[in-house]
Each structure stands twice: as C-alpha cells, then as structure tokens.
Design a protein around this ligand. Structure first.
Ligand code: DCP
Ligand code: MG
Length: 389
C-alpha cells in the first residue's frame, strides 16, 4: 500500500479544470517562484514555456499540504524537468538562483513596469525596452507617442498599481447596478473575475450584464456609459461592439480566446467613502469629510485626493449565452485555458465564452447554467471558489 502523500499525488488529475484549486494553498513559496519564470517567459513571447511553468505551479496549488521533499512530487502530472530543478533548489537552498536573478534583472523589472501600464502589451513594452525606456516616467520624459488608452494608463498609473479591495469592488458594484437599472430595469448584473472566485483583492473589477428578455441587452453599453459619464463617475472608457455571429464565429473561431461581446474597458472615479477607506490615511479621510473637490486628473496625486482610479471591465451578454459568458469570465486564466484544451483534446468540442460546439455531432450544445456546461464537457462541477488554478 502506498503512503498517504503518494495516493493524493496519484489521484491528481492532469487538467486544471478536473481539479479543485482553492484560493489559499500550502505552496506559495514554490508557486510564486514558478510564476516569476512564467511571467518572464511571457515577456519574452515564449507562450509554451510560460504555460508549462503555470501548469506546474497550478498542480502545487491543488496539493492538500506543503511540499517537503522531491519524493512528495512523485506521480504528480505537469512537472517538467525545468520546474523540478527549480523546486529542488528551493527545497534544498531556500531559493532558486534563476528565479532570483530573473526577479532582479533589468529586463524583468522594466517589462513589469511597462506592461503594468493600462493599454500596454508585451510587444509595445518590448519595443520601448529595446529603445532604452524603463518606466512610465521615461515615457513622459521622452515624449513617447501614446494612444488614448495608454495616456490614461500613464495618468492614473499609481492608482491602477494599487490593488482593488473587495470593499472597493462592492462600492463599484453598487455604482454599476445603479447605472444599469437606471437605463434598463430588469437587467441582471454579476461580479466576475477574481472577486467571483473569492479573491480579497484584484487588479480590476469585472462585471457581466444581461437581460432575461433576449434582445433587450442590445445597444445597452453606450447607455450605461453615458449615464456614468453624466454622473462624473468615468475617467476613461472605450466600448467595443458585439461582433459575435453564431454560424460564422462559433466553431471556426474557437481557437481564438478573445470573446466578441459588447465590452467596455473603463476607469472609474471612486470616491474614498467610509466603506472603502478604512485602511487609508486620516488625511484622505479628512479630504472627504470637508467635501474638498478633487484636482483635475492631470495633477492627480493619489495620496492627497479624495478619490482613486479603478479599472473596471463591463461585458454585456445576450441571455442565451449568459452561462457561457459566466464560465468564461470567472477564470482563472489558466482554468479557462485548460477548459478549452480539455474540450478540444478530450471531447472534440470547442468552448468559447459564447457557446459550446460539438464537432462530432455537428451541433451547438445549449446551457442555461455553468453546471450544464460542465456536464456537457463530462467534467465534475467545480465551483468558482475552487477555480483558482
Ligand atoms: N479572461 C480570459 N482570458 C483573457 C482575459 C480574461 O480568460 N484574455 C477571463 C478570465 C479572467 C476574467 O476574464 O478571470 C477576468 O480577467 P482579469 O484579467 O480581470 O483576471 P482576474 O479577474 O482573474 O484577476 P485580477 O484579480 O487580476 O483582476
Ligand atoms: Mg479581474
């Protein structure tokens, strides 16, 4: 008979969507290191390497106890040679030289600072890095050409770097709910992304909006953003139209993981109310109580003003696609990726945030709930709080 540790390892399923991954786990000392290497691989446009490190980290997140020695890893899936080397070094020496030198490297730090700007992806950041730029300040100093999104990203950089708390997300939820119900009574709003998975902080707040009468949701986004603008609650927004057409986009486009919903990338102006500034300084609380008006955004000094900027993503889904949109927008990113890989490789199906297509039967599988989608995929239902892969 195998000892206990081994039997857990032997039962570890190889797709993240087959496993339960809680938010809090026992191996952050290893997963954080592996995720630095994954991040660095992303910065070098090496997707395969990045996914390999992320899958390895994810397996360790699903373990019921702390890894003590390499023996504990026997039978575990998804641990490649490179990941094992890194883990071994950390177990033996307390840290990995490769991870530490990556963390300290000029390229890693600059790419982190530059891709941390809203509207800046790896390609742009890499071009800037090769031109000698290292930080948002360098962009301003050298007068780089920035698009509207990036300008907002630089302008609100300090605020957008600060994690959004659940309390702040709840205040934003109330604002979004008010806006949506003002322009379309009966619409339904759901908090998505990391907060739906139980995270206490996030880099943004994600919402999915729908209406039980199909069609009512059409053209909804501009109405919502106009309402928010009139209230002075929006610092920036860019809306993209819904471009999804079932017959054309469903199976043919399954390889693309970008969905095609009507979507708004925005930056909200959040007043530091009593609920959201429990932990902030007395000075900023004072600003609120004296009703002092905030300065113009060009001079926005986060610590001194009575408000902060928060990234918010709004997505509108037709009711018939709502279950797919919910599943697709809950994450984590690796969990989503693994769901699509499972669907394709194991079930000959293609899953998107709009639909599930069965290539063997040549038909779309309908679903009203996430549970039904897991069932179509032959997977045990995993609740959002255990999708932290
Ligand atoms: N998503 C995805 N693929 C993308 C973008 C988003 O699968 N390219 C899905 C999964 C994410 C959700 O949308 O969980 C929201 O994206 P975020 O980037 O906001 O990720 P999280 O909300 O999970 O994390 P954070 O706390 O950093 O916001
Ligand atoms: Mg999010």
């Amino acid at each position: 008979p195998k000892p206990n540790g081994d039997s857990t390892a032997m039962l570890m399923k190889s797709y993240a969507c087959q496993r339960r991954t809680p938010l809090k786990h026992h191996n952050s000392f290893l997963t954080e290191a592996l995720e630095i290497l994954a991040q660095n691989a992303d910065y070098n446009d090496n997707e395969g390497r990045s996914v390999a490190f992320r899958r390895a980290a994810s397996v360790l997140k699903a373990l019921p106890r702390r890894v003590r020695c390499m023996q504990d890893l026997r039978w575990l899936p998804c641990l490649g040679d490179h990941s094992q080397r890194v883990i071994k070094e950390i177990l033996e020496d307390g840290s990995s030289r490769e991870v530490e030198s990556t963390r300290q490297s000029e390229q890693y730090q600059a790419m982190k600072a530059l891709t941390g700007i809203f509207g800046v992806g790896v390609r742009t950041a890499d071009r800037w890095f090769r031109e000698g730029l290292r930080s948002p300040d360098d962009l301003i100093r050298t007068g780089q050409q920035l698009n509207r999104e990036q300008q907002a990203g630089v302008q609100y950089y300090d605020d957008l770097q600060k994690p959004v708390t659940k309390a702040e997300a709840d205040v934003i939820s109330d604002m979004v709910e008010k806006a949506v119900h003002a322009v379309l009574p009966g619409a339904e709003i759901q908090l998505m992304g990391g907060f739906r998975r139980g995270k206490e902080v996030g880099h943004d707040v994600d919402f999915l909006i729908t209406h039980p009468e199909e069609g009512k949701e059409e053209g909804l986004m501009p109405k919502i953003t106009n309402w928010l603008k009139e209230q002075g609650l929006l610092l920036y927004q860019k809306t993209t139209r819904n471009s999804y057409l079932e017959k054309m986009d469903g199976p043919a486009r399954a390889s693309s993981n970008m969905d095609r919903f009507e979507r708004c990338f925005s930056i909200f102006k959040l007043q530091k109310s009593a609920a959201s500034c429990k932990s902030s300084s007395a000075a900023s609380a004072e600003d609120v109580s004296t009703g002092r008006e905030s300065e113009g955004p060009a001079e926005h000094h986060p610590e001194a003003s009575g408000w902060r900027a928060v990234r918010v993503d709004l997505v509108v889904s037709p009711y018939s696609q709502f279950a797919f949109a919910t599943l697709g927008w809950t994450g984590s990113k690796l969990f989503e990726r693994e769901l699509r890989r499972w669907a394709g490789q194991e079930k000959h199906m293609s899953l998107s945030s709009h639909a599930l297509y069965d290539s063997k039967q040549n038909l779309y599988l309908r679903a009203k709930t996430e549970e039904e989608i897991f069932a179509h995929l032959g997977l045990e239902f995993i609740p959002p709080s255990e999708r932290n892969a």
